[in-house]
Write a protein that binds this ligand. Structure first.
Ligand code: THG
Length: 370
């Protein structure tokens, strides 16, 4: 059987870093926010080892920004999320669930507060721009909503600080987790945050202006020559170990933030103005009846999880689903993310997993691996 290819066209957008990604030998892409997102360079397992040992440069331009600009920007931002934003000062980043009027998850972005009247919402894979625009329009808010030419480039791995210091100076080391500073590159300002879609530590550079993409890529590659720097990408194994959720895979608009284990990012009582607040107050009172769980799946390496795999009780009743799974070399088991009903979510519960290559045993863990 031959492997089908994805046909390329203008609807499947390249990024300002695509030339660098291709020169580095990208082997596979996915599509995210209608844009290319690399998924494999050498192999998922080699990329995983290298991410944990060295430093990688990630083209995550597909984490598009929804920019809010104007006097009502802060009010609009609070309408979108049940996380209380009153204590958020400019210079901070917050991981924020975004919910609809039923409390369903529309996205799980990082909000970047640039100024009282200017925000970026660094989105996961859903067309959030339309929801935000419609909200601004429907409420007659004094705010501009658009997608600027801003492309995040992530530097991730244990040597990220050294690599960044070599290009931006030692003061980047002082950026604290989920905060940002503004740094010069070739005479232009760049927002640099300590954040990123891995548990290995690192930074995200919000590159404003596509023309700066390849110059920055080359500068980082050059500076990292003796640090074993390599192009990389969000790694399936590492993100499952760390419990980093993937919107559209691990949750959809059918799930509340509480079901997703994101209750700690909700302040439903004090997030006045949040569109889904009433719905969430109702469901939060009872508590969720299913929740995202870490699940170890026995046996040898699982195939890719392209559809939800049914999760069954010992008696064969459907009690959940697996949404992401991969073989973990470090934990010597298959690691997985699932959504499991309350009756079966306690750590140690044994489950039957209907994987496409046959049934396997699964065990609910007491937390993610990393
Ligand atoms: N960075 C930026 N934009 C993004 C992502 C990112 N947009 C898409 C996607 N990733 C959004 N989803 C996530 C999921 C998890 C985290 C960030 C964005 C994350 N979580 C940490 C955790 O769970 O350990 C920390 C959260 C916290 O403590 O505030 O980092 O990665 N720009």
């Amino acid at each position: 059987m031959t492997t089908p290819l994805l046909s390329l066209s203008r609807r499947l957008r390249r990024t300002p870093f695509s030339d660098g990604v291709e020169a580095a030998g990208v082997k596979a892409y996915t599509v995210y926010n209608h844009m290319l997102l690399p998924t494999v360079f050498r192999s998922i397992e080699e990329d995983y080892r290298h991410l944990k040992d060295a430093v990688q440069i990630w083209d995550v331009a597909c984490e598009r920004q929804v920019e809010l600009r104007g006097p009502d920007a802060g009010r609009l931002m609070q309408m979108l999320t049940p996380r209380d934003l009153r204590g958020m000062t400019p210079g901070l980043c917050y991981y924020v669930p975004i919910v609809d009027e039923t409390g369903g998850m529309l996205n799980d972005p990082v909000a970047v507060k640039l100024a009282e009247d200017r925000w970026w919402i660094s989105i996961a894979d859903s067309d959030l721009l339309y929801w935000v625009r419609a909200t601004a329009h429907g409420w007659r808010l004094d705010v501009l909503v658009d997608e600027p030419d801003v492309s995040p480039l992530a530097i991730q791995g244990p040597r990220a600080d050294d690599l960044m210091a070599a290009v931006f100076g030692d003061s980047v080391r002082d950026i604290r987790f989920f905060r940002f500073g503004v740094f010069d590159f070739q005479g232009r300002d760049m927002v640099i945050a300590r954040s990123g879609y891995s548990k290995q530590g690192g930074f995200e550079i919000y590159v404003e202006g596509s023309d700066l993409g390849m110059p920055l890529w080359h500068a980082l590659m050059e500076a990292g020559k003796d640090m074993d720097v390599h192009a990389g990408c969000p790694n399936l194994i590492e993100r499952i170990e760390g419990g980093l959720l993937s919107y559209g895979n691990d949750m959809t608009d059918d799930n509340t933030p509480h079901e997703c284990g994101l209750g700690r990012f909700c302040n439903t009582h004090t997030a006045i103005g949040c569109i889904g607040r009433d719905a969430l107050l109702r469901v939060a009172k009872e508590g969720p009846v299913q929740q995202v769980c870490a699940i170890a799946i026995e046996g040898d390496a699982v195939p890719p999880c392209r559809e939800w795999w049914p999760v069954l009780s010992e008696k064969g009743k459907r009690v959940g689903r697996i949404s992401s799974a991969a073989w973990s070399p470090d934990f010597d088991t298959n690691v997985a993310i699932g959504m499991v009903r309350m009756t079966h979510w306690d750590a140690g519960t044994e489950l039957r997993i209907s994987a496409p290559d046959g049934e396997r045993r699964g065990v609910v863990q007491d937390g993610f691996w990393a």
